[in-house]
Design a protein around this ligand. Structure first.
Ligand code: 26V
Length: 763
């Protein structure tokens, strides 16, 4: 096909204009149509068994570049646009970013769909079509405010399918309408689909902010992702959303099974369902229910479901493990209650230990422990990094591991290097082509070949030049979007991820305070550093909002201080999302991965930064451990208490609250106290909300549940060492090179090949 000619035809038909006369918004729609035409012409991959990846989140980001690459027309389109005076990056600006996920879990699901298609495997995503997605973040008066993010336009990537199912809620049936987004596989001729269910009459965006009547069902079901769950109505709405997704999804699985000519008694031979965290867990009793309706006995239904469903755990944080009051399920989907009770009774009969029960609690206050149900009635349980899986087996889920050792397996996360290297860092990708040929694009382990160039001065210089160009590109974007002027010569030190106390953005802020106090005392740093944050806080997560407030107050303090500003800058990117990540990650020197050891299941940002030649400053947590093993100790900066030690401290505390970690002891240390007490200093508090800063101070000094003060001194030392080393250009460039050379393992193509080999068996 002549790509340019087809673009011209579409532009003529749509707008009656030549390509050169079209605006960027029009060109985006021309390319959207072209991509959709090409996807439509692709076949679905064949296989005995088909995968359904059930997930409440798919953080797909903008799709245009990604799809053009997968369709093999990226270069042709770029050239065609250039020939008529346009650029693909400007056209991309016109594409709205769907916000169908919170963070790592949702982005992982998107990377996985990309890899499943690229490996030519039959596997579709199943989720919900949130109209206003995750909120849009605005930073005003040093605080976060939230607005809806209406991303769906008249013409979008969503394809109406005409397929509908009825979801039987307690209050009556609701129609679920299916929309699809095509997922073309790179270097193949296949496309899979992302299936997103929606209500028939979705409600308009609420006026003002993101508050709305949470009982306005069904029309509000697909308005927002994870609506504020701090109150009862919010939590109940979440259960409604989950049941809507899994009931429609399970009906789709059975419909396709039927269309392929298979009996429901052979479900597990022809379908695999991956349950992405516990949000879709109700698919288990729902499938049992639907199979009973189709004439299977309870034994047969349980047998089929138990060989169809597999569960991925993404967190050990107790507060994040879902337990729904049975009264909620009684209200949302009463027909599931007898099935849940039967599943629970069977599990209890086989395993009387109350720690592994599905239904727990006193009569009248029973809760359903979703993860427990997944483990008893799923055939695989996996963690998302080696350390995380070991912690699941050895502590968090130990009673289950003792019962079902064979179900447990590790699948270290990965990221699609097509988006996170080829598309977001075209200059580095071109250099890699020059050095290694293009095979690394289909086999990222080939990047190991870069190690042969470890002493090649020209390559090292080129890598640094590319980093400098990317830093200037980021500085331009931040000037345009936020009006801040950055020094691209400074060290770009970046922490971007959801705001959570366990991720310890507050510890990063304590480092900023350390440097601020040093500079004010006349101790000038070795070189200027720009500390960049990007993070959204859940609207009801008070402490997270206090931490954002601290960062923004520090930013203002430093911006207004001509003594400090030349040496230390703080930037908070407003509304951090996939689009920003694509600009930030290629421009990073130091990648902050500083979670409390044992708490970050894997992390995936760490892998993206590494691929783009940033050097990790991190704890021995999640996939950081595997990064450290791959790059070796000279090419990463690790610090802090080990996960074993942390787990021991938490155990001590559980046995005796006066034992274990006691933050006040660390607070008293002379190197720590002035940093924390700065939160009360009028120099800072006059810039914001003294109460909020005091609340944060009280929490850190009295509780500090995620132990910032335990690690802060070793953190400061490691970070200073990294910033010092940065000054030796060739020394640093070699670290960059090793990081890119060793990132191949973290391709999600590798992860998906392992899922298929060990869990799905699709072909
Ligand atoms: C959920 C919640 C829900 C409410 C209360 C607080 C809370 C805290 C954490 C979470 C996280 C849910 C699961 C999740 O997003 N896990 C992330 O999954 C990524 C992909 O596997 C992984 O890289 C991250 O380390 C992990 O945090």
């Amino acid at each position: 096909m002549d790509v340019k000619q087809r673009m011209q035809e579409i532009a003529q038909a749509k707008y009656g204009q030549e390509l050169s006369q079209c605006g960027d918004g029009q060109l985006y729609h021309v390319l959207l149509q072209l991509s959709q035409e090409l996807c439509q012409g692709r076949r679905a991959p064949a296989g005995e068994r088909k995968l359904y990846y059930f997930s409440a989140e798919f953080l797909i980001g903008k799709l245009l570049s990604n799809d053009l690459l997968a369709l093999g027309i990226y270069d042709q389109v770029s050239q065609a646009l250039a020939e008529c005076g346009h650029s693909l990056s400007a056209v991309e600006e016109a594409e709205p970013e769907p916000s169908l996920g919170n963070g790592g879990l949702g982005r992982l699901a998107a990377c996985f769909l990309d890899s499943i298609a690229a490996l030519g495997l039959p596997g579709d995503g199943v989720g919900l079509n949130y109209h206003y997605g995750l909120f849009q973040q605005e930073l005003r008066d040093n605080k976060q405010t939230e607005r809806p993010n209406p991303w769906i336009e008249d013409e979008s990537w969503l394809i109406p399918t005409g397929i509908e199912f009825e979801v039987p809620f307690g209050f009556g049936p609701v129609k679920a309408k299916l929309f699809d987004i095509a997922v073309p596989g790179a270097h193949t001729d296949v496309a899979n689909r992302l299936h997103l269910f929606d209500v028939e009459h979705p409600a308009p965006a609420p006026e003002g902010g993101i508050d709305f009547d949470k009982t306005d069902l069904p029309d509000r079901l697909t308005s927002f992702l994870y609506p504020d769950d701090s109150d009862e109505a919010g939590r109940l709405l979440r259960v409604y959303q989950q049941y809507f997704m899994v009931s429609a999804g399970a009906q789709l699985v059975l419909k396709e099974l039927d269309e392929r000519g298979h009996d429901p008694r052979s479900l597990s031979a022809h379908a695999a369902i991956q349950i992405n965290d516990t949000h879709p867990s109700m698919v288990i009793p729902e499938l049992v229910r639907l199979l009973l309706q189709r004439g299977l006995t309870m034994d047969e239904a349980v047998e089929q479901v138990s060989h169809t469903c597999a569960y991925t755990n993404h967190t050990i944080l107790a507060e994040a493990l879902e337990k729904w009051p049975i009264s909620f399920i009684e209200k949302v989907a009463p027909q599931l209650v007898p099935i849940l009770k039967e599943l629970d009774a069977r599990a209890k009969a086989a395993h009387p230990d109350s720690a592994v029960a599905i239904i727990q609690g006193k009569p009248g206050q029973e809760v359903v422990h979703m993860a427990h149900m997944d483990i008893h009635y799923g055939y695989s349980v996996n963690g998302v990094a080696a350390l995380h899986t070991e912690i699941l087996k050895g502590s968090e889920l130990k009673p289950f591991y003792d019962i079902y050792p064979g179900k447990f397996n590790n699948k270290t996360n990965g990221v699609t290097l097509r988006r996170w290297l080829e598309v977001c860092n075209p200059k580095l990708a071109a250099l890699l082509d020059q050095c290694l040929g293009t095979q690394w694009r289909t086999d990222p382990t080939q990047l190991n070949g870069l190690m042969d160039l470890y002493n090649d001065a020209a390559v090292l210089e080129r890598m640094q030049a590319i980093k400098a160009e990317n830093k200037r590109g980021l500085a331009d974007a931040l000037r345009r979007e936020q009006g801040v002027e950055l020094d691209p010569e400074s060290v770009f030190d970046i922490q971007v991820k959801r705001l959570h106390e366990y991720k310890r953005q507050q510890m990063n802020a304590l480092y900023v305070i350390r440097k601020y106090l040093d500079i004010k005392a006349g101790k000038i740093p070795e070189r200027p550093v720009t500390v960049i944050f990007g993070a959204k806080a859940a609207p009801a997560y008070v402490m997270a909002k206090h931490i954002i407030h601290l960062i923004l107050c520090l930013r203002q303090l430093i911006e207004d201080d001509p003594q400090v500003r030349p040496w230390l800058r703080v930037v908070m990117v407003e509304n951090y999302n996939v689009t920003w990540a694509e600009k930030l990650i290629p421009a990073c020197d130091i990648s902050e991965q500083i979670s409390l050891a044992s708490k970050e299941a894997s992390g995936t940002g760490n892998m993206k930064f590494m691929a783009n030649g940033a050097v990790t400053l991190g704890t021995r947590d999640g996939a950081n451990v595997e990064i450290a093993d791959l790059v070796g100790p000279d090419n990463i900066y690790t610090f802090g208490a080990s996960s074993n030690w942390i787990i021991e401290l938490y155990d001590q505390k559980a046995r005796d609250p006066k034992m274990g970690y006691q933050s006040e002891l660390y607070y008293r240390r002379p190197a720590v106290k002035p940093l924390v007490d700065f939160l009360l200093d009028p120099v800072l508090t006059r810039l914001g909300d003294a109460e909020a800063l005091k609340a944060l101070w009280t929490d850190i000094t009295g509780k500090d549940w995620f132990m910032s003060l335990l690690d802060v001194e070793s953190y400061i030392a490691a970070r200073d060492r990294a910033i010092h080393d940065y000054g030796d250009k060739p020394f640093w460039a070699r670290k960059m090179l090793v990081n890119t050379a060793r990132c191949g393992f973290f391709s999600s193509d590798r992860t998906i090949a392992e899922y298929d080999r060990d869990i799905w068996h699709l072909k």
